[in-house]
Ligand binder design. Sequence first.
Ligand code: AMP
Ligand code: ZN
Length: 493
Amino acid sequence: MHLYKNQHLKVYNSLTGTKEVFTPINEGHIGMYVCGPTVYSNVHLGNCRTFMSFDMIFRYLKHLDYKVRYVRNITDAGHLVDDADDGEDKIAKKARLEKIEPMEVVQRYTVDFHNILQKFNFLSPSIEPTATGHIIEQIEIIKDILDKGFAYEINGSVYFDVKKFNEQYEYGKLSGRKLEDMISNTRELTAQDEKRNPQDFALWKKAEPQHIMRWPSPWGDGFPGWHLECTAMSTKYLGETFDIHGGGMDLKFPHHECEIAQSEASYGHSPVNYWLHANMLTMNGKKMAKSTGNNILPNEIFSGENSILSKPYAPSVVRFFMMQAHYTSILDLSDDALLASEKGYHRLMDVFGLLDSLQTSKDSSIDITSWKQKCYDAMNDDFNTPILIANLFEAVKNINLIKEGKASISARDLTDLKETMNSFVFDVLGLERKSDGNMDSDKLSGVVSLLIRMREEARANKDFATSDNIRDQLAALGIQLKDGKEGTTFSVS
Ligand code: AMP
Ligand code: ZN
């Protein structure tokens, strides 16, 4: 029996502004699209937060036994410097400044993106398509939108006619904006503007002679508008209507609004059932952003080479810090917050050393079944990881009580407890036990726990030579045992 049948997931849908019961289009299957990075620079920690929120969501959906097709694209063309329809292509600009090919820029920063995500223990998406690999699909959509009368061609460029679209559909429904307000708040078009209205956006832009990234089209050489790639790639791999579309809150307008408009204009219906938006990572109270310089790179955090934090932090500690906030809340990065997360992370990890050495009893004094359901309830409530983590710490407290003999657990409940802790900590939150060199963490902790139990037995038999020998031999391997009132724990240096 699939786990999702017992759990009732609710998600906050930005389109309706309410928390809704999640029902996929095809039972047991989920199509999820998340806007990927524009690969013209190193991903900063803010970018990582959004992708990590969706990695956690992907992980939980998989944990519930859904078959998830997760598409996260790479934007390697069409994203212009001012995020609207003016200025240079971000990748072409970087290529010009560095005197390299645009595709060298794309390669360098795609590799960086993957390296960082791997350090953070992300799962790979099912498909990672690129904008430049889908130019033909984008041209087909433009032709369709032109045929349906919602776009116009001028001087080799094609623009989406927002006013015309709004007569039949509703432009602004995702971001809660009204076209009339947008019109009254924008400047008049100047004579050299090609657009009929300032709200219109480019589907295809004519390439000036110096523009390197160009493709032939029915309207001459050019390149696609930024919003179009996501419509083309999501439709190609997930269909005209799919379950979940995600991205950072800052993409709601205009990017996602334009995606909806393109799909409705072309297919006549809304593309997405649930729009999920992840909130921003801030630093010093301001949004982390490449453009303002208010940002920090993940590698600068891992190495400690930065002027913002007092020490290096491991990827799992940073991941734990992110997971302690709900994905729809703003999260501020600071040294104090990371220090607190580091402590919490170790407290949580220490318990895995204890779990294997717990003594079981006939009965349990702790209600594991209802605790486990509380963990699921937290995640079913729009992926509430902070509440989940509070429940995991309740288990930490109970495990320590069992160790001290102040609480009891049956063998069956202990198995359940271990499985549940492992599922949520490692599979769903994606944390790792990284302090153990090259060896697989579960195996190492299993072996050390075994030795700790043998040492306890030796001590109980007053065989202190053996117990000291185990401790010293482990220390020689760089594994320190620490005897405390909660039992023996270990650390690896
Ligand atoms: P970009 O490469 O600029 O297209 O951005 C990639 C992703 O990072 C988008 O989903 C943005 O919403 C997200 N993003 C950018 N800045 C932040 C931030 N400070 N906090 C969280 N997500 C962000
Ligand atoms: Zn997108």
